[in-house]
Design a protein around this ligand. Structure first.
Ligand SMILES: Cc1ncc(C[n+]2csc(CCOP(=O)(O)OP(=O)(O)O)c2C)c(N)n1
Length: 274
């Protein structure tokens, strides 16, 4: 899809390289009819729910089979059938919407929850604070899932906030809060299973902060070599969640020695470095 953008076939694209464990591991902990309110970098969650490669293509090419009928920019996916709210561009809008949706689930006495994905950059929006405060006060079944991937486009996390990340804000608003290694798919799965129990069985809103790294560019309009160096990227490439899970599976099978990950065998190597 990124190659299609480079060939001029589509206008825009965004990858989630390096963050696959965060959204896929968390969505795997949910019921199929729990609502997903995504930011834009969670196509793994949608794929996990069963959105097909053809459906992704239909959306990014804005053709007549696109569920949004070509009204949205590429990557603004949505599926009523798969309980995936259509992505909207203004940062943070999904956060208070998630609280409201969860409020309705509670009012209707449904045994479901909402998961709301967002980045650490979006957590600087006022909507983040309104959403968490209302969720804490009304005790609604929502899981706020922060992908702390180190950057908001070119702004590094240490310029985004002066405190200790996003997790302490959950405690401040009276939410159960979990910080997890976002590159460990099994840890994310377990954390979200616990969060779902709290949300659905006790109407306890939960904040999960998954620590991860955006290995790719922000979008097809971005070139990260302008604001970070290759050695930093390589440090995180070695913690690639896909390779970690692969090595774990091999170990479970009592098989080959796990391989270290390096730039030459990277899955999803960014195009601008090829
Ligand atoms: C209200 C608003 N302000 C600014 C933007 C431009 N913008 C789009 S994505 C982005 C960075 C968001 O970073 P983060 O929430 O950390 O998510 P990530 O891209 O790292 O996954 C910005 C500033 C926007 N879409 N909406």
């Amino acid at each position: 899809m990124l190659a299609s953008q480079r060939q001029g076939r589509i206008s825009f694209y965004m990858t989630e390289t390096g963050e696959e464990a965060a959204d896929i591991g968390s969505t795997a902990a949910l019921a199929d009819d729990d609502m997903i309110m995504a930011q834009y970098r969670e196509q793994g969650a949608l794929a996990f729910r069963g959105f097909t490669p053809d459906q992704f293509m239909n959306q990014i090419f804005s053709n007549e089979q696109d569920l949004g009928k070509g009204r949205q920019m590429p990557i603004h996916y949505g599926s009523r059938e798969l309980h995936y709210m259509t992505v909207s561009s203004p940062l943070g809008t999904q956060l208070p919407q998630a609280t409201g949706y969860a409020f309705a689930l509670k009012a209707q006495q449904k045994a479901n929850c909402v998961i709301c994905y967002f980045g650490e950059g979006a957590a600087s929006e006022g909507d983040f604070h309104a959403a968490l405060n209302m969720a804490g006060v009304f005790k609604v079944p929502v899981i706020f899932f922060c992908r702390n991937n180190g950057y908001a486009i070119s702004t590094p996390a240490h310029e985004q906030y002066a405190g200790d990340g996003i997790a302490p804000r959950g405690i401040g608003y009276g939410l159960k809060t979990i910080r997890v290694d976002g590159n460990d798919v099994l840890a994310v799965l377990q954390a979200t299973q616990e969060a779902r129990k709290l949300a659905v069985e006790q109407h306890q809103p939960v904040l999960i902060e998954a620590m991860t790294y955006r290995l790719g560019a922000h979008s097809s309009s971005d070139d990260p070599s302008g604001y970070r160096n290759k050695s930093e990227e390589d440090t995180w490439r070695a913690k690639c969640p896909v390779l970690r899970f692969k090595n774990w599976l091999i170990q479970q099978a009592g098989g080959m020695k796990p391989r270290r990950h390096n730039a030459s065998n990277c899955i999803g190597m960014p195009l601008w470095r090829r």
